[in-house]
Ligand binder design. Structure first.
Ligand SMILES: C[S@@+](CC[C@H](N)C(=O)[O-])C[C@H]1O[C@@H](n2cnc3c(N)ncnc32)[C@H](O)[C@@H]1O
Length: 250
């Protein structure tokens, strides 16, 4: 599994990437999009108490809180968690998908947004099953930039990140005691600007862990593409496809 996203010739270190986000928590909170309402509907259904697992700075948590749901956020990075706590008044704990720290059968739904590819499924699947009530659901979601749009493909090529299909392949690691997945896909555009797109690239794990000179080079390349594609500046609308999978505890 090669998450979010090693360059073609880079040695890959899962732990370094998974633990990298705290270093760019500000850029992450500023730049990353939230999740469309129809995706949240699909992932949460009629659940009342929901665990947002790998909650990061709270991008998905915010949608749950806005619905008045009983939310608990769990996240391993103290810096991401600090960002979440600075903007959201929800129950939030340090923990991982492999060890959430929650009681048995205590939530109706678990959602893992943009993070299942970081977890060890051999430990995380039984842990999620343990904290879910009977008939509860595990929802996985990824916002994937739409590279069928030429400027998006060009920009991410310069950013030296390939397509994100490996992330979504991690859906296949969920098995018993969960049933077969149901899938849902939707599209949206994230309205931002030049600085927002640069933050978007800077908040990717692959870019965070680069040596400083290499990171500056990547960001300068992205800036050049933005100057050429959007010479008048102003708003940039980044197209995304949101991929959701929902598994029910059998
Ligand atoms: C791309 S961010 C997604 C954050 C948030 N869910 C969102 O949608 O913006 C991935 C998150 O997974 C967290 N993470 C990494 N390894 C994890 C693990 N084993 N269990 C739970 N979360 C993990 C990272 O700290 C990071 O906050």
């Amino acid at each position: 599994m090669a998450p979010e996203h090693p360059g073609p010739s880079e040695p890959y270190d899962l732990a370094a990437h998974a633990h990298s986000f705290g270093a760019a928590a500000d850029a992450y909170a500023r730049a990353r999009p939230g999740y469309p309402d129809d995706a949240v509907d699909f992932l949460v259904g009629r659940a009342r108490r929901v665990l947002d697992l790998g909650a990061g700075t709270g991008k998905f948590t915010a949608s749950l809180a806005a619905r008045g749901l009983d939310v608990v956020a769990v996240e391993p990075s103290t810096r991401m968690l600090a960002q979440l706590r600075s903007t959201l008044d929800v129950e939030a704990h340090e923990g991982t998908a492999e060890a959430t720290g929650l009681p048995d059968a205590s939530v109706d739904a678990v959602v893992v947004a943009q993070a299942w590819h970081w977890v060890d499924p051999a430990l995380a699947v039984p842990e999620v099953a343990r904290v879910l009530r009977p008939g509860g659901t595990l929802g996985l979601v990824w916002n994937v930039r739409d590279e069928s749009v030429p400027w998006v493909a060009r920009l991410w090529e310069v950013a030296q990140q390939g397509s994100e299909h490996e992330m979504r392949a991690s859906v296949d690691t969920v098995g018993a005691p969960f049933g077969a997945p149901e899938h849902f896909r939707t599209r949206f555009e994230h309205a931002t600007d030049r600085a927002g797109v640069l933050d978007l690239v800077a908040s990717r794990s692959y870019v965070i862990v680069l040596p400083e000179a290499h990171r500056a080079q990547v960001l300068a390349g992205v800036a050049r593409v933005l100057d050429e594609e959007f010479p008048d500046g102003g708003e940039v609308r980044v197209p995304y496809v949101t991929h959701c999978s929902r598994f029910t505890l059998s």
